[in-house]
Design a protein. Structure first.
Length: 154
């Protein structure tokens, strides 16, 4: 077969990468969340400079895309102070829930970029957080196919 009909695949595309989607919700952040965003912008700025120096076009495009995203998130961040009133669930609250199967779970309500349910933090726009916000200890909220009771708000 003639080489004219064979396309070499180098494994990298030099087309512009599409921008990462940005949420339409307000960019509420905790102090820890803002610090993490600032650290990511700093890390990506260094990586961008390294990619420029090495003339690695694929890395440059990927880092540039991520740097645009995190720079936008940093610019739109709305720092929220820790809740003063622990009588109701608010942004920043740590909520302990008693599930209908007897298990206890605790979540902190945080911004979208800092949410990590496996580590005990959920986004304020998640269905569970939306159900929790404004509720008090003893209230029940839907949690999946069952319900959970709010045991503690901190």
């Amino acid at each position: 077969m003639s080489r004219a009909f064979v396309k070499e695949d180098t494994g990298e595309s030099l087309e512009d990468l599409p921008d990462r989607p940005v949420s339409e919700h307000r960019n509420l952040v905790t102090p820890d969340g803002l610090a993490a965003i600032e650290a990511e912008v700093e890390r990506l700025s260094s990586a961008y400079a390294e990619a420029q120096t090495s003339a690695d076009r694929a890395a440059l495009q990927k880092v540039a895309r991520d740097l645009r995203y995190w720079s936008q998130r940093q610019a739109s961040a709305e720092l929220m102070s820790a809740p003063i009133d622990t009588g109701t669930v608010q942004f920043g609250s740590r909520v302990t829930l008693l599930r209908s199967d007897g298990r206890r779970v605790a979540y902190r309500i945080v911004g979208e970029d800092e949410a990590d349910p496996a580590k005990g933090s959920i986004s304020y726009v998640s269905p569970l957080a939306r159900a929790l916000i404004g509720k008090a200890e003893g209230d029940t909220v839907p949690m999946g196919a069952t319900e959970a009771e709010i045991e503690r708000i901190a």
